[in-house]
Design a protein around this ligand. Sequence first.
Ligand code: NAD
Length: 489
Amino acid sequence: MNAEVKAPEVINNFINGNFKPSTSNALDVLSPLDGSVIAAVPLSTYADLDEAVQAAKKAWKGWSAMTLKERSQYIFRYRNLLLRDRDQLSELVHRENGKTIEESRAEVDKSIELCEFACSMPQIVSHEVQEVSKGVECRIERKPLGVVASIAPFNFPNMVPNWTVPNALVLGNCVILKPSEVVPLSSLKIAELLKEAGLPDGVFSVINGGREIVEGICDHPDIKAVSFVGSTKVAKLVYVRATSHLKRCVALGGAKNHLIVLPDAHPEMTASNVVASMAGCAGQRCMAAAVMVGVDKVQHIIDRMCEEAHKLVPGQNLGSVISKEAKERIEGFINEAEKAGAKVLVDGRNTVVANKEGGFYVGPTIIDNVTPDMRIAKEEVFGPVISIIRAKDLDQAIEIENANPYGNAAAVFTQSGGVAKEVMERASAGMIGVNVGVPVPREPFPFGGWNDSKFGTCDITGKSSIEFWTQSKKTSVKWNPEAKINWMS
Ligand code: NAD
């Protein structure tokens, strides 16, 4: 039987192994499912952050002295606790984020997979050694950085913290997590489970809050590295501020993913993939399809997409968007596109769900005759909305994709290997799908986009995270005094 785990009613920070209130002001946390207040989150201060950093500095000595194998055992236990509490964790994501319970379960399952990758670090991180001169060896070891921070967005309250926290911990760092103030509950649950897994006090902390804490993380002299996931506007601010303090930083931003659809694409598979990509998690995924570039004659596929979209029922198999403001922003994009001459084929505006009238719902929306100059074609909408831009040929379609400033993902739907290869080579994005609408690379492959979708050199997950969360130590060793003298002696 699963242990009954209740979400904390009063949100605290988690510092030095204890749940601690902040003396700061609190902000109401609303469930987007029905608009009800479910908690109050503290907007913590720099003093709260500093307390966590000082505890982490103290804990780091013992934590970094353990072997990789020892540290991975904590994450192994934590992974089993995620599995044990899968239902409650999914319910929490559903309640604070608004995605469907099935999507919430998939999110928690992804977190479990991320932990499994972190547990495999002892098998992956092997050091290099070579006899470079007779009797002299050079070796390279990966060493932890110290105290590091992870800043998360609202759209994956359980998964995004698990993108960074398990890897950074197993690799020997102490981690400060700053969740989105809109969805703080899942992160505190993560803290509870890491504590139950026996993690030493101070090794992991959660500091709630908003801008003040993010800026504090960038400025704090004892934080060595910062990972950020969120909008491009804030990703740029964080990257510039953190690196100006000579910190290592990877900052993932927003997206505008283009799916190029050719007339030879498999109609049913393409239609269901494109619609699932644009509407999954109510379109609030950085991997969501935002623009379909239809090459030549693809009306038969668009017709099927409309049929697929009509199968989505808000409040049932389509979740809510995060807030009233998000709903208004998304509907504003649709209104503006329609005024500019686009044709709304499936209209999700003014959606109200019975018995959840206070919730924030937008129905699936498909808009045809969008042109590249319209605002809806250029900016991130972050809702269950897809714009269709028509292209006369593949070259024009790729030019349209290349012209967008983001570069998280792009995909092509075709049965032609040659066409697929052309898009794989020429699309300006970090993650490419061939007949895959949400081309998220799974572990051990790393996650990360290009252009305005990511700032910094490393990716955030998979093998790339090893480079980000560690530094290399190069040692030259000579023990044999009889070894022949040469230039390396
Ligand atoms: P956001 O940028 O508003 O917030 C992200 C984090 O930054 C939060 O913790 C928030 O408290 C903090 N923040 C917000 N404004 C700030 C400011 N002015 N100064 C300092 N910190 C600030 O993003 P969001 O709305 O929570 O998340 C949605 C965005 O995240 C979308 O743009 C989405 O594409 C993006 N996202 C990207 C990826 C990716 O992998 N590239 C993954 C998930 C989400």
